[in-house]
Design a protein around this ligand. Structure first.
Ligand code: AMP
Ligand code: ZN
Length: 107
């Protein structure tokens, strides 16, 4: 079973920032910005290509709730899909980075 499924099943500890029936948001273990969240669907799906649009919508809805609650106005949302794009955990997740200037274009 993948590591994020284990976190979702509470077999591996995390400190959820937000949770509902369909989604979970946790802080990234190795943050790349002062604020670095991982937003994921609870149902395992490997990547953005395979995901149901409803899973993507649920993640965006959860993310919108939490950024509004925390008054975060400036952020970047990233999905690494595939190893060459930097995906290391084969369970769809959105990275939300905030709290510092973010360069463009990304490296
Ligand atoms: P990616 O490389 O896009 O697949 O992103 C995987 C992310 O998961 C990386 O940023 C890791 O730092 C993060 N990560 C791995 N294991 C954990 C964990 N147990 N709790 C929180 N974040 C994790
Ligand atoms: Zn999984």
């Amino acid at each position: 079973m993948c590591i994020f499924c284990q976190i979702i099943r509470k077999e591996i500890p995390a400190a959820p920032l937000y949770e509902d029936e369909e989604t979970l948001i946790i802080p990234d273990l190795n943050p790349q910005a002062p604020l670095h969240w991982l937003i994921m669907p609870k149902a395992h799906v490997e990547n953005l290509t395979q995901a149901a649009p409803e899973q993507v919508a649920a993640c965006v809805r959860a993310m919108q709730k939490l950024v509004k609650e925390k008054n975060i106005t400036d952020y970047r949302l990233i999905v690494n899909s595939g190893a060459e794009a930097g995906q290391t955990v084969p369970h769809l997740h959105f990275h939300l980075l905030s709290g510092r200037g973010l360069g463009w274009p990304p490296g």
